[in-house]
Design a protein around this ligand. Structure first.
Ligand SMILES: Nc1ncnc2c1ncn2[C@@H]1O[C@H](COP(=O)(O)OP(=O)(O)OP(=O)(O)O)[C@@H](O)[C@H]1O
Ligand SMILES: O=P(O)(O)OC[C@H]1O[C@H](OP(=O)(O)OP(=O)(O)O)[C@H](O)[C@@H]1O
Ligand SMILES: [Mg+2]
Length: 281
């Protein structure tokens, strides 16, 4: 049976649970449950702290795990990214009190608070900056106001928490993170792992694309196909009126409205966009 680690709480827990459910796996019904058996799919899910997941997967105790790229890097565990999952996007940044232009060199001799000490120490060492790193469990942004640190390194999502604490991010982004599917570096491949990865890939892909359907005058079809080339090639079907055809093609979600504008301007009619739930390419 495949053993898979899933975040039990925090920013990644809800979206990870939703994605697994969309991929056809069983949900847990009580947020305190630490395991869920899914006999239909021959998988057991383990609900663990997102910080600990790479350690379990790297040790080989669990076959696969979902957690943040930043947390996996900080753990130092021997894990590889199998798939980027497209949620939990954040950057990991240095930040310090607003009102001056900070550079990473300014951290020399200062105290820096973070929940990601390995990631930060490695980055500072790479840059040759000697800084005292103070490990805190969370709410890191408040540490400067409380006098425990001069600067922080932390996860930035919307940037709201930094602004609320009068901090500004500076220096290169230390890590561009999102939720990822991990496997152990030395783990063997298996059809069960491949199947779970393929199912998640199907959901990730479906979330990044939309299906467009429209009616197109036959005379404009070549031009319309250049606007919606699809993945392989669009489906073109006859309509009752021989002067028209129906076209169906997948388009990247981010471009869907622009593509619809262009099709309408071209003379296409009844341009419909619909969500895709899952797919195998
Ligand atoms: N505001 C946010 N926006 C986007 N991603 C975030 C945000 N906060 C955390 N993350 C991502 O979620 C993961 C950490 O999750 P979370 O903060 O829930 O766990 P934690 O801090 O280890 O646990 P806890 O906060 O319960 O102590 C990281 O990969 C991080 O990049
Ligand atoms: O840029 P923002 O959108 O404001 O989000 C960033 C904040 O979100 C996370 O905190 P979390 O809620 O996980 O609390 P924690 O600091 O206790 O981990 C992260 O650690 C930042 O503090
Ligand atoms: Mg957190």
């Amino acid at each position: 049976m495949l053993r898979v680690a899933v975040p039990n709480k925090g920013a990644l827990a809800g979206p990870a649970a939703d994605m697994l459910a969309e991929a056809g796996y069983r949900r847990r019904h009580d947020s305190r449950d630490l395991t869920v058996l899914d006999p239909t799919n021959d998988v057991e899910f383990f609900f663990l702290r997102p910080k600990d997941i790479a350690i379990y997967v790297g040790s080989g105790e669990l076959d696969l795990g979902i957690t943040g790229r930043d947390l996996a890097l900080d753990s130092g565990a021997p894990v590889d990214e199998r798939l980027a999952l497209g949620f939990g996007g954040s950057t990991f940044r240095y930040a310090a009190p607003a009102g001056r232009d900070w550079t990473v060199d300014d951290l020399h001799g200062k105290r820096l608070a973070t929940s990601y000490p390995k990631l930060v120490r490695a980055d500072l060492a790479r840059r040759g900056v000697d800084t005292e790193v103070i490990r805190l469990d969370g709410a890191v942004e408040i540490s400067v106001a409380l006098g425990v640190a001069d600067a922080v390194a932390d996860v930035v999502g919307s940037g709201r928490t930094l602004r609320q604490h009068n901090l500004v991010a500076f220096g290169d982004v230390i890590c561009e993170s999102e939720a990822v599917l991990l496997q152990g570096t030395s783990a063997d491949g298996s059809p069960a792992k491949d199947q779970l990865a393929a199912r998640l890939q199907g959901v990730v892909f479906a979330q990044q694309y939309m299906m467009l359907d429209y009616d197109c005058p036959k005379a404009l079809l070549d031009e319309a196909i250049t606007v919606t080339p699809g993945l392989e090639s669009p489906t073109v079907a006859p309509l009752a009126d021989p002067a028209w055809v129906a076209v169906r093609a997948m388009v990247p979600r981010k471009e869907a409205n622009l593509v619809m504008d262009r099709l309408a301007a071209l003379g296409a009619k009844a341009v419909l966009a619909s969500d895709i739930r899952s797919c195998r390419l």
